[in-house]
Design a protein around this ligand. Structure first.
Ligand code: ADP
Ligand code: MG
Length: 375
């Protein structure tokens, strides 16, 4: 049989386009969680509770005590490119919030069912329930008691994308694990924020008990939040990492032509690292957390350089490391892919060279920090 004839060519209808592009922003459970947690952090939350049902396949809820959403913003909030964080392209170089594309809520509406409860300081203890259509239109659905903050709920993720839904359900535990890894990364770096993560699965009993997967209390140091995330007993002694890298920037090539002085930028690296001696590292490289200005990222080249460096002192193990690269907002670009997962780092090669130099000095038994602290 011949395939059914189709019209020559036509534009895809808007609903389908929205569904297609939404699937590029929210690519998996981990990105859904990430977007909601970033919104909570951007709203100034000091407490974030994440509740999964059936490992996130039934629902996912993120509750914060942030500033809430003003009534004047309800209508546009889940429409594409509506954001309160960025208004023009030039702002992008200085973006300091985690979100800026105004796409997450709109995309979540496209691939799942989104609802919210929100209250601001002005309305608390009264909040409003907001329901959203798949196109992102908001329907206020009633008043409820709610302290200042926002709860965002995503029901049946990827219901609108059957193939992806099937994959998600099939790999629910693995996908949940990935989401949990990312939540750990946020919990470590956001010391001042209390984070709690629970999951409920229907067992044989009808009233399932939630399992607590992560719980931190607000603290003032990275060291404390790290020990909340991982059982202190399982932690090796960690050194404070505090490096100052002088990184030659690629702009310096241009500047030289103009006769100006070489451009370089200072990059601070703050965090923790295990001692470079046997027994302090790990056999797997799964306790390594890298950030750029507090934004978790996976720097494969940087991580490789650090691991190689560590191996010179401890041949069989990988370091436990938390490293936040603090650099000026124009030294990197987070706007590479819709899911903001890829971060383009200017002068990455030069940064790695400087990092290796500093780490060698840091690890040096004679002069390094490591020598000054008792092992
Ligand atoms: P972006 O974070 O890029 O601005 P989003 O689609 O994630 O885009 O969110 C759209 C807008 O909704 C945000 O700019 C913010 O004003 C508001 N918002 C979303 N989540 C929250 C929250 N938890 N608390 C307060 N405001 C929120
Ligand atoms: Mg956002």
């Amino acid at each position: 049989a011949s395939p059914p004839s189709r019209p020559h060519s036509s534009a895809i209808d808007r609903t389908s386009v929205h569904r297609l592009t939404s699937g590029q922003v929210v690519i998996d459970l981990q990105t859904a969680v990430k977007e909601l947690v970033e919104n909570a952090l951007d709203a100034g939350a000091t407490s974030i509770e994440v509740a999964f049902r059936e490992h996130g396949t039934e629902s996912l809820e993120v509750k914060d005590d942030g500033k809430g959403i003003d009534q004047s913003d309800w209508e546009g909030i889940a429409l594409k490119h509506h954001t309160s964080k960025l208004s023009s392209f030039s702002d992008l170089a200085s973006v300091s919030t985690l979100g800026f594309r105004g796409e997450a809520l709109s995309s979540l509406c496209g691939v799942a069912t989104l609802s919210m409860v929100t209250a601001t300081a002005a309305t608390a203890p009264m909040g409003t329930t907001l329901a959203f259509s798949h196109a992102g239109e908001c329907v206020p659905a009633g008043k409820v008691a709610r302290m200042k903050g926002t709860t965002v709920k995503v029901d049946r993720l990827f219901d609108a994308l059957p193939v992806r839904r099937k994959e998600l359900v099939k790999n629910a535990k693995r996908e949940f694990g990935k989401a949990l890894d990312l939540l750990q990364a946020y919990a470590v770096i956001n010391s001042g924020v209390r984070i709690e993560v629970k999951n409920v699965t229907k067992g044989r009993v009808w009233l399932a008990k939630p399992t607590l997967h992560l719980k931190t209390t607000a603290s003032t140091s990275l060291r404390t939040s790290f020990s909340h995330v991982f059982a202190p007993k399982s932690l090796p002694s960690l050194l404070d990492l505090d490096l100052s890298l002088n990184v030659a920037t690629e702009k310096s090539v241009l500047k030289r032509v103009e006769g100006a002085a070489d451009a370089s930028t200072t990059v601070k690296v703050l965090g923790l690292i295990s001692k470079p001696v046997n027994g302090h590292g790990r056999t797997a490289s799964n306790r390594q957390f890298y950030y750029i200005n507090g934004r978790p990222f996976q720097p494969s080249k940087i991580a490789k350089a650090v691991n190689e460096m560590y191996k010179q002192y401890n041949a069989n193990q990988f370091p436990t490391i938390v490293a936040d690269f603090q650099l000026s907002t124009d030294a990197y670009d987070v706007n590479v892919s819709p899911d903001k997962r890829t971060i383009f780092l200017h002068s990455e090669g030069n940064l790695i060279t400087a990092l290796k130099e500093q780490l060698a000095r840091f690890f040096e038994p004679e002069t390094g920090r490591f020598a000054m602290q008792a092992i």
